[in-house]
Write a protein that binds this ligand. Sequence first.
Ligand SMILES: [Zn+2]
Length: 649
Amino acid sequence: MKAVRILIICLLSATASLAAAQKKASQPDVFLITIDTLRADHVHCYGYEHIQTPALDSLAKDGIRFVQAFTPSPITNTSHTTILTGLLPSRHAVTDFAVPLAATHPTWAELLKKKGYHTAAFIGAVILDSKTLAPGLDRGFDFYDNFPEHPQTKSRWGRVERRGMDVVQHAERWLNAHPTGPHFVWVHLYDPHDPYEPPPPYSQTYKDHLYDGEIAYADSALANFVAYLKKQGWYENSVVIVVGDHGEGLGEHHEDTHGIFLYDSTTHVPLILKLAGRGDAGKMVNAQVRTTDILPTVLDLLHVPLPERLDGESLKPYFGGMEDASRTAFGETDYPLRFGWAPLRSVRAEGFKFIDAPRPELYDLHTDPGELKNTYAPWGTTVQKFRAMLAELRAKMPPSQPSAGAVSQGTIDELEALGYLGRADAGSSSNVPEPSLLPYPKDEIEEQNLLHTAMMASEDDRPADARGALEKVLQLDPKSPTALRQLGELELHAGDYSKAAEHLKRAREVRPEDATAAFEEGQALDKIGDLADARDALEASLKLTPGQFPARLLLGQVYLGLKDARAAEDQFEAALLLQPNSVEAQLGMAKAEIAQGSFADAVRQLEPLSRTQPDNAGVFELLAQAYRGMGKTEEAERVESRAKNLKRR
Ligand SMILES: [Zn+2]
């Protein structure tokens, strides 16, 4: 009887594993690898001779290489959201950092999870962290490899960025722990993004072109991942997609990095698609396609019904040669708004590129692939046609509600560590003026390059370089509020408080609504002992943004210094509303009470604090003053000796 039962159990489990195997066979694993800041024309299999990218080349041999693939967005979180939703930026609306992806837009991971996929994402930079800068992008993932909330390290590695090999190892570890498929795993390799600091031997082999060194290094991480898939026996029957999120300016059109312009340098990306079972291995598709087409293609391959509204279409008709026509590629960037400059829109179709800007541009890509000769004429038929296409697209899109997501100071620091302008300039977060009235980014690009250089130098602890770049910005534009504030922050950090106060004062003259500059000016003035002006700056800052705890606290202390204990008490009270457990605010409150002769109130404030802060000498010193004020000499002496003992430690 026992033997029969074992036999039945064996049969049942055999059937179950057969069913699992069949299920796995019918649903291929899907691996999406996005390589950040990857220009198509810097990849070996795209014709670039100065680099070795063996992993990308071999994937192209096993799969289909799209020669002309374009991203609609030159900025990381926006372009990744497009890849993961199949939607244009103006539709998914994630056009700025920290803007949450609306729940109404289904994501790649959600759609596959519903079909029984095990899903995980491994990111290489905090720019895609779903807790801070990319909320909602984790939807549908069983596991999303965010960065630690309280990083133990000050180095950029592990805090704001992970090397490709780390990202890949995280993914492999997860796959080892979750071997049951089908899998959908997204791996994001951030390496080619600036600063260009590849590890050895890439730092040596590519020492004169470090950007390429980063690409070659990312390729080696990709090689590691593909080798892992092969070792697991998953490669053959999986769908593997490799795509760049956007390119890199590398000085073309005077743009060093990316985000501001919509030229091919930052929008033309490599796209390689390996099918399950290596169908169409080695095929090349020359037609123009878009990164919005990737999700519809994968859903088509997996026979998953497409969401109602997508901005791309399946690329499947190209595989069998059923289609060879180019598709219209739209481009959109709102990143210039961060600097107070006009956002840009573009159309790339029929061998032309039209850029809608305060001074519009039209390029004939047949004769001018570098987009150097603007042939725009207002009444040209191509211009008219492309303008109409943009108008039609705009009409179809939901009304734009530009909103900088609410971000903490820590997140702003992370953004700046990655070289993005952390705080938006005036006009970008709300009531955006008519774009044609804003400065044209083309006139401002030198300034943006210098600001970027300064940010990277500050992050790298090279204040002299940062100062040099910012001073150059001020030569170009003496009233650049961003440069003035950054210089102020630099001097504040360096301890040159009078210089800091001077720069910040000028920043506020240009942009009186800048609450941060006002707070920082208050800090600098307090340090140099100019308490009356510090008070005015802090009051101005808090009038603009009332909920700033550090500014409340400092203003309370400034009022104490000015011997206005009444006003100080008001500020500490407001600070305690924001952070009821703040020891500093409670001490401030007690000081203000003692200064007004309200000794009993101070004792009521301090006694509980003396129990929670038994090692804080400051608490006992104040308590002694309060006891003395009340005439309680004995108690005063007791706590005084306690304070002395603590100080002696
Ligand atoms: Zn990117």
